[in-house]
Design a protein around this ligand. Structure first.
Ligand code: HEM
Length: 435
């Protein structure tokens, strides 16, 4: 497999050196979106898709892969021809035994936010944006800094006593969860539990787990749903919390929100608001540590850390793909799509489109169009948490570079283990040691 893969041997971060396939078989026929070669080094595959088959039917998943920046953007902005209904469908079908575990707690995900193409979307979205607007994010900065400092105290003492530490589990993963709990007023649950529920949900709906693992994950997702349902139904929820705001929300016809939709909104926001940002911080730290001379430059005043975060979002975003579905037969990039075509928008690949980003393989924090990437989507479903995510990642990077000036990637750690789900990709370990 490796020798047939386009660009095999190319470094994950660098250009697709020697990316000419030597086999005469169609190299895209070998594409496995969950396979190790794609997860470790997706760039040569993404380049090949963009140049050879920009709207490509993937027989393994049945998805249509859309990889050019202009096509991805067109789809995101055209909510008439491309609907969001499939955004949270399980990519690996859930067998009856798994559905039974979920049914036991009445698990449903009615249209709420990302999967909502109905008229109730804009009102529900406004509830979310009120919690993450520029003012709220600016007010959250001292909170983010103080949680970052507290976590880095722990990292510092671990490094001083043991020499080594994993910045993902001890810092990157925990910070966004703690911040989200503060910003949304989430109470009555441990951050570690929320992280476990959120990660399980991502793997169950966006992964390719075998049956036994699906059953384990479904138990955790069911627990999460049960806790959300009890919390949404409780009459002691603070009025100024996110759940309190959902309880006051009225649908376009004046009715209050039903509990199932409120739970579905929380389910998505509680996952989207922490796991993705933790993944971004992991990649941001990893890449800044790996590039010679970059780490100390991140410790100064605001500016360099923000620009580094933006380039990572372009080149190696945590949310690598997003889905849409065609209600009617249509055409895209010269390709005829049937009604019901499930599209996979290659957000990560679009950030390396040379038509938009010259020399895409190079990290250029001073690019003129640095924010033109699609890491947060576009149009009416564009990520309302973008500003919080960017701010958290920049604060985390700056704080870590200041507090840990003497660290480097752990010697002999090799390539880190990677989370490689359909739409989420990041190192699940950032091992460092004292230099
Ligand atoms: C690095 C971190 C993040 C990335 C890369 C990311 C990415 C995305 C993407 C690609 C979408 C789909 C956009 C579309 O369909 O056009 C999305 C939607 C969404 N994101 Fe994020 N996100 C991140 C962090 C957050 C945070 C911190 C929150 C906080 C609550 C959040 C909440 C949401 C919500 C509610 C939606 C659905 C919006 C709607 O349908 O109107 N995300 N995000």
């Amino acid at each position: 497999m490796d020798s047939l893969a386009p660009g095999s041997g190319a470094a994950g971060w660098g250009p697709a050196a020697g990316s000419e396939p030597t086999d005469t078989r169609d190299p895209l026929g070998l594409l496995d979106l969950f396979g190790d070669p794609f997860v470790r080094d997706p760039y040569p595959w993404l380049d090949l898709l963009r140049s050879e088959s920009p709207v490509h039917h993937d027989p393994a998943t049945g998805l249509w892969l859309v990889s050019r920046h202009q096509d991805v953007r067109r789809v995101l902005l055209d909510s008439e021809r491309f609907h969001p209904d499939n955004a949270q469908h399980a990519v690996t079908p859930l067998p009856i035994a798994v559905l039974r575990v979920l049914a036991r707690v009445g698990f449903t995900l009615p249209p709420a936010l990302a999967n909502n193409g109905t008229p109730s979307h804009s009102g529900l979205r406004r509830v979310v944006t009120r919690f993450f607007n520029a003012q709220r994010v600016a007010a959250a900065v001292p909170v983010i800094e103080s949680i970052a400092d507290e976590l880095l105290d722990g990292v510092r003492s671990q490094l001083d006593t043991t020499d080594g530490c994993d910045l993902f589990t001890s810092f990157a993963q925990v910070l966004p969860c703690r911040v989200l709990m503060e910003v949304l007023g989430i109470r009555g649950v441990e951050p570690a539990t929320l992280i476990r529920w959120s990660d399980a949900s991502l793997e169950l709906f966006w992964g390719r787990p075998p049956l036994e693992r699906q059953l384990e994950l479904a138990e955790l997702v069911a627990e999460f749903h049960q806790w959300l349902t009890a919390t949404v139904r409780s009459d002691t929820v603070p009025a100024d919390s996110f759940i309190g705001a959902l309880a006051r929300h009225r649908l376009p016809d004046g009715r209050p929100l039903d509990a199932e939709t409120a739970v579905a909104a929380c389910f998505f926001v509680f996952i989207a608001g922490q796991s993705t940002t933790g993944q971004l911080i992991a990649t941001v730290l990893r890449r800044a540590l790996e590039e010679p001379g970059r780490w100390p430059r991140m410790a100064g005043a605001a500016g360099p850390a923000e620009a580094w975060v933006e380039e990572v979002l372009r080149r190696e975003p945590p949310v690598t793909t997003w889905r849409r579905v065609t209600p009617q037969a249509t055409r895209l990039g010269g390709v005829a799509l049937p009604a019901g075509a499930q599209l996979l928008l290659m957000l990560m690949g679009s950030g390396s489109d040379p038509e938009v980003f010259p020399k895409p393989e190079q990290m250029c924090p001073n690019r003129a169009n640095i924010r033109h990437h699609l890491a947060f989507g576009a149009g009416r479903h564009r990520c309302p948490g973008a500003s919080l995510a960017r701010t958290e990642a920049a604060v985390a990077l700056r704080a870590a570079a200041r507090r840990l000036p003497d660290i480097r990637p752990a010697a002999g750690a090799g390539e880190p283990p990677m989370l490689g789900l359909l739409s989420f990709r990041a190192p699940s370990k950032v091992a460092v040691e004292r230099a």
